[in-house]
Design a protein around this ligand. Structure first.
Ligand SMILES: [Zn+2]
Length: 386
């Protein structure tokens, strides 16, 4: 997780980055925020930055003063949530397949999937559903506490720091608490505990007293409005409705936007990408890749897939198969015009370029470079056959 892929929280991000840059990382911190806030994403981005081998710094004039590189071996492992020095503890219970002493490490595969699929917005009910324990209460028990203490006794594998992320410390049970408290109080050298929590009142006071508290707020309406204005074409009434129902939480925004609204926004971005490629205008292509590179990976993957669909439509239009062209309005207008340049001669190659971009974006390659490269390659394909 890169800081720049997380929506909002600019001040807090820089505050966190500063602790690393100035070597003031506190060994036990709690990211506290209501359900749907970016607390888990921020905790992971923080750990990734600490571990990154090629930290990028941008100086005080930039929105973000620094970020992880996203490309070093450590970052690549972080992006898969599979770094050997990153440990997770979260609530579990017995399941159909695990009937004895369930601990977090037995659920790592599902955990990684659930986090990546939810773009780190996972909530506790979704997690219980994922591991099939909807009807039970998950807990962080003494076996997990023993496990982590044992792990922390070992040398770190690759990083200076070992990081333990405890998701939902409100579920630490009474037997596990003393052991975890001892670790929080006297942590092994170069060990960082990041607790990620929703309910301050449900956490044992003794735990709270041992951590540095970071409050993750919900977003102001203006932040959500700004995001919607940049990414979707919505009329004022619809915009107000989404903002009102979102209650300052982006995961609520995503739930409300429907697929028609998404298609609209992708159309304009993809149209511009193709236009600048056609014009072979390097400056515009670079500007465009900078503009859309902070969309977040999920959305960029959707944009690439949208582009693949349009490429197919252009080819169908070109070969006279117009009844199969499933486009309307401005999209159809674009397809009919652009099929002169994207057609049976090069559609396959352009489809492959977009498909490769889709692959790379999903795997944490620098999105800005992937997007620029994609437009340049498409430009070559368009001009090859003119
Ligand atoms: Zn890195």
């Amino acid at each position: 997780m890169l800081f720049r892929d997380i929506l909002g929280h600019q001040e807090l991000k820089n505050q966190l980055l500063n602790t690393v840059i100035n070597n003031r990382v506190s060994h036990a911190q709690m990211f506290l925020g209501v359900q749907g806030t970016e607390k888990l994403a921020l905790a992971i981005a923080y750990a990734q930055f600490i571990s990154c081998d090629n930290k990028q710094t941008y100086g005080p004039e930039a929105d973000l003063i620094a970020d992880s590189c996203g490309q070093c071996p450590s970052c690549i492992k972080y992006q898969k949530l599979a770094h050997p020095d990153l440990h997770f503890i979260f609530p579990v219970a017995t399941t159909k397949t695990i009937s004895n002493k369930p601990v977090s490490s037995m659920f790592l595969v599902q955990w990684r999937e659930a986090l990546l699929d939810s773009n780190y917005y996972l909530n506790i009910n979704e997690w219980y559903e994922k591991i099939g324990i909807e009807k039970k209460q998950g807990k962080i028990g003494v076996d997990d506490a023993n496990n982590i203490i044992k792990t922390l006794g070992l040398r770190s594998f690759e990083s200076d720091y070992k990081v333990v992320i405890i998701w939902m410390p409100e579920k630490i049970n009474i037997q596990a608490a003393p052991k975890l408290l001892k670790s929080l109080e006297e942590p092994p050298d170069k060990t960082l505990f990041l607790l990620v929590s929703e309910n301050h009142d449900q956490i044992l006071k003794t735990i709270i007293s041992r951590v540095q508290l970071l409050k993750i707020s919900t977003h102001d309406d203006s932040v959500i409005r700004n995001y919607l204005q940049h990414n979707f074409q919505l009329d004022d009434k619809r915009m107000d409705e989404i903002i009102h129902l979102s209650e300052g939480v982006f995961s609520n925004v995503f739930k409300q936007i429907d697929s028609n609204e998404i298609t609209n926004v992708f159309f304009n971005h993809f149209r511009e990408m193709m236009l600048f490629a056609y014009q072979n205008n390097f400056v515009k292509m670079r500007e465009k890749s900078n503009e859309i590179s902070n969309f977040g990976r999920d959305k960029l993957v959707l944009l690439m897939r949208y582009g693949m669909r349009i490429t197919r439509m252009c080819m169908l239009y070109d070969v006279g198969n117009q009844s199969m062209v499933r486009s309307a309005n401005e999209e159809l207008d674009f397809v009919s015009k652009f099929s002169k340049f994207v057609n049976q001669n090069n559609a396959e190659a352009i489809y492959a370029i977009l498909s490769e971009a889709d692959y790379h974006i999903g795997r944490n390659v620098n999105t800005r470079i992937v997007l620029l490269d994609t437009m340049l390659q498409i430009s070559i394909e368009i001009h090859k056959q003119k």
